[in-house]
Design a protein around this ligand. Structure first.
Ligand SMILES: Nc1ncnc2c1ncn2[C@@H]1O[C@H](COP(=O)(O)OP(=O)(O)OP(=O)(O)O)[C@@H](O)[C@H]1O
Ligand SMILES: Nc1ncnc2c1ncn2[C@@H]1O[C@H](COP(=O)(O)OP(=O)(O)OP(=O)(O)O)[C@@H](O)[C@H]1O
Ligand SMILES: [Mg+2]
Ligand SMILES: [Mg+2]
Lengths: 272, 272
């Protein structure tokens, strides 16, 4: 039974594609069969990242063992004029494509920074939702509104409502098992500034109210973005035929962040 | 004649709302009449930032002179079912709303991280387009595709095409004067890392090809985001009734970045 991990956050640039890529590589390196689905129809950043990977491996004659690639399939996007017909086509197409991923242990779905029908379908089919977010009240505003006078949480906001509706849809469809919703702080500053503490405090309060838990996150580090043109991640460095990692503190700490993040997802051990 | 400044980048989280807010406050502090239009219909981050400002000023009994607010009007969004009718309504509504901003020296328009009809209308009406971007090839990918083998620019990508089409629309409508397209690097790391140099080099090449110029940008600094809940920016600190700025290096440098960015926009002097 494929475990579906949806990387979602309606807020743009929160780190979804970055988290998706590092999660995909981590899972492959752990020996799993991994599927990938890019629902960002327009920007296709994850697809581009994986395209770069395949091209780089070919040009540098690095084989599949050293630089594994997930099974990636085109998203069931419908261009039909009538919204009702397009949605019906996408809903059916989504079921079909899940079948094609059946041999994968894990399927990682990268969502766009927007509210789309495909993104909602993915959220309703998720076993785990990972929501990366910047350490910022601008990003927080898409999870919940804060009363500027009292500093208290007023209520859930757009993206929290999307997850709630996904949980409703899942329950109505009679699917067993709830969604494990994990919020991951991304691009964190090195210093434990007041802003970081305040955001952390509000996240702790909010997690109890709207049903997510906090995982370990990623710091703001160039290594998380500088290998995109080659389709590589830090975890690929040092593999046969691939350049070695620098022995910098940032690289060492990043490896620790990625490993800790994966562990905190409490994914099922599929090798048993 | 109102000078229209559009803050645009289809890439999410590139810093549009942050740039928009700091530009609005800079212009008001310089004594200009400023209008604001938030085209992010769903997330409304700029509207929220300005709402927070008004609430905070009321609660802390700070007057309009110390904490000025721009003229902000609701966007001409159409919910009509037929796309053709909705677009026609928005096109007409956009002309109408420009009239209402006629007494402003500058109108700052914040666009969403998506391709919407309203965003395209704004781009076609822009005198200046400011495109913030992260120091990242992931963000670069929305301006142009890079051949991973040669490292050469292959051609313009989605957002560059949107600006090109805006310039075409403007030319066909017989509007005098071209669009000054300014790309601003945002969230830059303190260190001049290899990645930063490579992105800079590609931006220099690309600017000549697709017709933009590079302005001075903002570093990655908590001060650019931590005052969102109060609706304040660094430039407001120290005004009558408003908390003082810390005398930290980051605040001093941020003030310099904001002033330099404004100057580099070469905006017309409207006080003559
Ligand atoms: N931990 C990090 N350290 C440094 N840079 C990062 C980190 N996470 C993300 N970035 C950079 O931040 C930008 C946004 O990240 P990313 O594209 O992964 O977000 P996204 O949520 O997928 O965006 P979108 O909503 O556009 O799909 C990119 O330029 C990326 O390279
Ligand atoms: N120079 C900066 N330093 C520190 N944080 C920043 C800076 N610029 C932007 N941010 C933070 O990065 C995140 C994205 O910025 P912002 O919301 O302004 O981008 P945007 O392009 O308007 O996003 P969207 O596409 O969702 O509208 C926010 O959390 C913001 O607070
Ligand atoms: Mg993405
Ligand atoms: Mg914005």
């Amino acid at each position: 039974e494929t475990h579906v991990i949806v990387i979602g956050n309606e807020k743009g640039g929160s780190g979804k594609t970055t988290a998706a890529m590092h999660l995909i590589v981590s899972l492959m390196k752990a020996g799993y069969e991994v599927g990938a689905l890019d629902l960002d129809i327009r920007q296709k950043s994850l697809s581009r990242y994986l395209e770069n990977r395949v091209k780089w491996a070919i040009q540098n004659e690095v084989d599949q063992a050293a630089l594994p690639v997930p099974l990636i399939l085109p998203p069931p996007f419908s261009k039909l004029d009538s919204r009702e017909q397009a949605y019906a086509a996408e809903t059916k197409g989504f079921q079909d494509i899940l079948m094609k991923f059946a041999r994968c242990d894990f399927l990682v779905i990268d969502c766009p920074g927007a509210d789309t029908h495909l993104s909602r379908l993915a959220h309703a089919h998720a076993d785990t939702i990972v929501t990366p977010m910047n350490d910022s009240f601008v990003d927080f505003d898409l999870l919940a509104r804060i009363d500027s006078q009292t500093g208290e949480i007023e209520g859930p906001s757009l993206y929290a409502e999307m997850v709630w509706e996904a949980r409703q849809t899942r329950a109505r469809a009679g699917i067993m098992g709830g969604i494990d919703w994990v919020v991951m702080r991304n691009r964190m500053g090195a210093v434990n500034a007041n802003n970081k503490k305040r955001v952390g405090k509000m996240l702790d309060q909010l997690s109890k109210r709207i049903g997510f838990r906090l995982s370990k996150g990623f710091g703001e580090r160039v290594i998380y973005r500088e290998l995109f043109p080659m389709g590589l991640t830090l975890l690929d460095l040092g593999a046969e035929g691939v350049p070695k990692s620098m022995t910098s503190m940032s690289h060492v700490t990043a490896r620790f962040e990625i490993r800790t993040f994966l562990a905190s997802l409490n994914l099922p051990d599929k090798r048993g």
